[in-house]
Design a protein around this ligand. Structure first.
Ligand SMILES: N[C@@H](CCC(=O)N[C@@H](CS)C(=O)NCC(=O)O)C(=O)O
Length: 312
């Protein structure tokens, strides 16, 4: 089986989502720890500009965004499925809500002053400042951050609604965890790691019990690696995607072979330039080269990303 390399850092919620999916699918993977703030030179060598966490590397293929990574892992190891019928559509829609609306409410609650002070208590003062500045820079464009009090009310309501869903079943949509469970779990996991803010979860004990069930899934089998090793693996490899849908869907009037850029719709707008080599129903693939890494293919989901012709 192809070697999976996850580029991530321990405190990243979206990485926790992917680590648990790797665990649910009982996969073995290599772990490359990347910096949580810019600069990220080795990340940029591999992705061509995308700076968010996590991304998955398989040889000379780089898969950006946890939603696309989940699809890739599903192709690679269909058991246990992340998208069980008959709730497949519902699970994806609930996951998207959790990765956006729930995530930002949970972040605003967790990073309130006492949470942030606890997180950075052992770090030098420059670290907290650098983190704040980095995330402020990422939050440009069409992004509106919730005010703390509004986020608190929303987070409490969301937790009550999730608790209600867990009244009569062990996981959010049934007897087994699906993509919605992994997406709902990671923002709550972030809150639970911070003693001074985790109390909000105790208002909904059914959610805490479900979190214990999710945590018990584990992270699969991990081998430590380094970005130098990962870059060497990419350089030695030839791009070969595991995504099986290849039919061209042109929603932009941009032909395959065109020089383009892709970036996230919000939060971290760094562009990845390259040649468009696939644009399917669900994802885009760019081909790009760099002297340290040779030719790689960088894959993005369509949802949440902006495709444009490169400016001449
Ligand atoms: N839609 C992305 C969101 C990823 C994301 O926002 N990750 C956070 C960390 S959990 C991030 O990139 N923060 C800035 C950074 O790590 O540089 C996904 O699903 O992977």
């Amino acid at each position: 089986m192809a070697e999976l390399i996850l580029h991530h850092y321990n405190t990243s919620p979206f990485s926790e989502k992917v680590r648990l999916i790797l665990g649910a699918k009982k996969l073995a993977w290599k772990s490359v720890l990347i910096p949580p703030v810019m600069p990220k030179p080795d990340v940029e060598v591999l992705t061509g500009g995308y700076r968010k966490t996590p991304f998955l590397q398989i040889g000379a293929d780089i898969y950006c965004d946890s939603a696309l990574i989940a699809d890739v892992l599903e192709h690679l190891q269909p058991e246990a499925t992340l998208y069980p019928e008959p709730e497949k559509g519902m699970s994806r829609i609930l996951a998207q809500w959790a990765d956006t609306t729930l995530f930002w409410a949970a972040m605003a609650w967790s990073m309130q002053p006492r949470g942030a002070a606890e997180l950075f208590a052992k770090a030098p003062p420059e670290a907290a400042k650098a983190f704040g500045e980095d995330r402020a820079k990422m939050s440009t464009g069409n992004m509106t951050r919730l005010r703390p009090a509004d986020a608190t009310s929303a987070y409490k309501s969301y937790l009550r609604r999730l608790s209600d869903m867990l009244d009569d079943k062990p996981y959010l949509l049934g007897e087994v965890p699906c993509i919605a469970d992994f997406s709902v779990y990671h923002p709550l996991w972030y809150t639970r790691r911070i003693d001074s803010v985790r109390g909000i979860l105790d208002l909904t004990p059914a959610v805490v019990d479900w979190m214990d069930r999710m945590a018990a899934i584990g992270h699969g089998s991990i081998e430590k690696s380094s970005s130098d090793e990962a870059i060497a693996i990419a350089k030695a490899g030839t791009p070969h995607t595991l995504l099986t849908d290849s039919t061209f869907q042109d929603d932009h009037g941009i032909a395959l072979g065109t020089a383009v850029t892709i970036r996230a719709e919000s939060f971290g707008l760094e562009e990845t330039p390259g040649t468009l080599v696939a644009a399917t129903r669900t994802h885009y693939t760019l081909e790009r080269s760099h002297e340290r890494v040779g030719t790689v293919h960088v894959h993005f989901p369509r949802i949440g990303y902006v495709l444009k012709k490169a400016e001449a």
